[in-house]
Ligand binder design. Structure first.
Ligand SMILES: [Zn+2]
Length: 83
């Protein structure tokens, strides 16, 4: 992790404006979902990518009935037998 060379103040409501140069560089547009992660005493912003509800994977994730599943879990579910 390296500093982006930007210092911003948090406003009354806890908001921070991301500089246009960073938004452009990381292709963050108005309305895009951003996930807030924490690591030790660091706060990390990441473009939101849905995770599989079963295994947490972010690879090959598809939406199914308003939930997200990876292809691996979907395949394993397909092998379950209903009694
Ligand atoms: Zn999964």
């Amino acid at each position: 992790m390296k500093p982006a060379g930007v210092v911003r103040k948090v406003d009354q409501l806890g908001r921070i404006v991301l500089p246009k140069s960073l938004r452009k560089r990381y292709q963050m547009n108005e309305g895009d979902p951003v996930e807030i992660l924490v690591q030790g005493d660091h706060i990390i912003l990441e473009r939101y990518r849905p995770r599989c509800v079963f295994c947490g994977s972010m690879e090959d994730v598809k939406e199914f009935k308003e939930r997200y599943l990876c292809e691996q879990c979907m395949s394993e579910m397909g092998q379950l037998q209903i009694r």
